[in-house]
Design a protein around this ligand. Structure first.
Ligand code: XMP
Ligand code: MG
Length: 176
């Protein structure tokens, strides 16, 4: 579908830098003395996570979790599995999940339910982007970077078919 598509810029690297800084200020205020555990969802969040935590000047820990989705475009949409789980217990911890994009909301709802069962002290969500036009389940995003239109978003960690993660700007794909 997008094999011929050219990425077009939605948010520049400068806009991303400014937005990530603002998120870091808010997160710093809220988590300063909490030694939070930041859980990045692989793979899409890796670049955002790397930039964000370099702006957080207080004790914190980092974990990653990897999910598989049999979702996109299939009847079994929403059937999600944890492929690489946590290696750190989260009971009693202040947990902040770092996600690249909230689309239908199925993935993040599954993950938040999964984590909530492990009884963290608190559980919040930080998402780089939000595509509210496609939402199927309401999701509270505590810290949001950008709202994006109903287009396929790539770059700054996000991929189409594993490509374009390395783009420094947040882009969208449009067929020629
Ligand atoms: P849901 O629909 O469960 O989807 O909220 C969230 C997951 O689907 C992927 N996703 C995208 N990935 N550009 C991407 O690179 C997009 O526009 C896009 N929309 C959804 C993403 O992995 C996210 O975790
Ligand atoms: Mg993702």
């Amino acid at each position: 579908m997008y094999s011929e598509a050219k990425p077009r810029i939605l948010f520049t690297r400068q806009e991303i830098e400014a937005t990530v800084s603002q998120l870091a200020v808010r997160i710093s205020k809220d988590y300063q003395d909490k030694n939070p555990l930041l859980i990045g969802i692989l793979k899409g969040s890796f670049m955002f996570m790397a930039d964000l935590i370099r702006l957080l000047n207080f004790p914190l820990e980092v974990e990653f979790i990897r999910l598989s989705s049999y979702g996109r475009g299939r009847a079994s949409a929403g059937k999600i599995k944890v492929v690489q789980g946590l290696r750190t217990p989260i009971k009693g911890r202040d947990v902040l999940v770092i996600e690249d994009i909230v689309d239908t909301g199925l993935t993040i709802t599954f993950l938040l339910d999964y984590l909530q069962k492990k009884q963290p002290a608190s559980l919040k969500l930080c998402a780089l982007t939000d595509k509210p036009s496609r939402r199927k389940i309401p999701v509270t995003i505590d810290y949001l970077g950008f709202t994006v239109p109903d287009k396929f978003v790539v770059g700054y960690g996000l991929d189409w078919d594993e490509k374009f993660r390395n783009l420094p700007d947040i882009c969208y794909l449009e067929d020629e």
